[in-house]
Design a protein around this ligand. Structure first.
Ligand code: GTP
Length: 357
């Protein structure tokens, strides 16, 4: 992997994961005990790439405060900050001066995947491509733009979402660019790599190659995928070289105190200094550090922000609880509910199924 740089785009605002992303950018949210980005950095490092450039914008300082020069993870990290967000294509163009080689591996910072990076680079070389994309096959491609390819592995089109998609192949958010292709992206204005750069390259007759595989892949951009991705890491379904404990049904971090008769499973993470009370049930959920769950409470497929509290007997399902929020005893919070930081929901058997801020 000599002469190859990695670039990770981490400048997005993560609006779909609000309110969790009010205090930290999405790639810094704890996922199976470490920031989501740590899993990706460990995969890049394990593939033999040591120079990684982070393209930051929103809350840029949170990345550098945590990762510094990258030595603790065995990589060399550089940061390029966009004072105004430049979008995915603009963010790629903006890191040009920080690159050292002529071939660049580029990653969306919110994807967990098992893609074989060497195989992606081999395809890029073999096809003498200007840009190569990792494509993944999904069961229901209607929710995505899809990417048909020719029999010789070249991308034919980038199609918008369609009720009758022509292929189940979608853009998986990992690319290889030659430096020349990267430098052809316009500077000084926002550019979308998906909507402008890729279609523009095809229209100009560039060789855009595809590497299609069926390994693990998930975009953690929305709450249901965030909890599912974290659970997949804890259970060893999603690959990572950064899991801070053995794979299993649950991951309990330092200082976590789980009552002996509480049931914690489904790949749940119990963060540092969390407490889970007697008889509580926690399934497929992510408990950020310092959160507390009372006796006989039930938490399923949900995220509990830093220092949040779910009191005795409350039920929280498919919900996102902001930092320091408190869910009173007996409250039922279901189906996509989001509670803003520090909000207190008083005790009682009220059902909340929409935003409560
Ligand atoms: P939503 O607001 O929930 O859509 O999330 P997002 O802002 O992260 O957008 P999206 O999921 O589409 O972004 C895909 C990847 O590109 C993520 O890793 C983002 O951090 C990154 N990204 C998005 N916009 C920018 C940008 O303007 N600059 C940089 N450097 N990265 C970006």
């Amino acid at each position: 992997m000599a002469g190859i740089d990695a670039v990770v785009l981490v400048g997005g605002q993560g609006t779909r994961l609000r309110p969790l992303t009010l205090s930290a950018p999405k790639p810094m949210l704890p996922t199976a005990g470490v920031p989501l980005l740590t899993h990706l950095i460990s995969r890049i490092r394990d593939a033999g790439v040591s120079h990684i450039v982070l393209g930051t914008s929103y809350r840029a300082e949170v990345f550098s405060d945590h990762f510094g020069d990258g030595a603790a993870l065995g990589v060399e990290l550089d940061y390029v900050v966009e004072s105004e967000p430049l979008g995915t294509g603009g963010g790629i163009r903006n890191v040009a001066d920080a690159l050292r080689g002529d071939t660049v591996l580029i990653f969306n910072g919110d994807v967990l995947s098992g893609v074989d990076l060497q195989a992606l680079l081999d395809v890029h070389e073999r096809r003498r491509a200007e840009v190569s994309l990792h494509l993944t096959r999904v069961e229901d491609p209607r929710a995505f733009g899809c990417v048909p390819t020719s029999p010789d592995g070249l991308v034919e089109a980038f199609l918008e979402k369609d009720p009758n998609p022509v292929t189940d192949q979608i853009n998986a958010g990992t690319y290889v660019f030659t430096r020349t292709a990267l430098e052809s992206i316009p500077t000084g204005r926002p550019v979308s790599v998906e909507r402008e750069t890729f279609p523009g390259l095809l229209a100009a007759g560039a060789r855009v190659a595809a590497y299609v595989d069926a390994t693990y892949w998930r975009d953690l951009g929305k709450p249901s995928d965030f909890v599912a991705g974290s659970a997949d890491l804890v259970r060893g379904i999603a690959p990572s070289g950064a899991l801070p404990g053995p794979v299993g049904e649950r991951l309990c971090l330092e200082g976590a105190d789980v009552a002996t008769d509480a049931e914690v499973r489904g790949g749940s993470t119990v963060g540092r200094d969390c407490r889970v009370g007697a008889g509580a049930r926690v399934e497929g959920s992510v408990l950020f550090d310092g959160s507390r769950i009372g006796a006989n409470a039930v938490v399923r497929r949900s995220v509990l922000g830093f220092g949040s509290v779910v009191e005795d007997g409350a039920v929280v399902e498919d919900a996102v609880i902001g930092d320091g929020a408190k869910i009173g005893s007996g409250v039922e919070l279901l189906a996509g509910a989001r509670v803003w930081p520090s909000v207190m929901l008083p005790p009682g058997s009220i059902r909340f199924s929409s935003d409560s801020s």
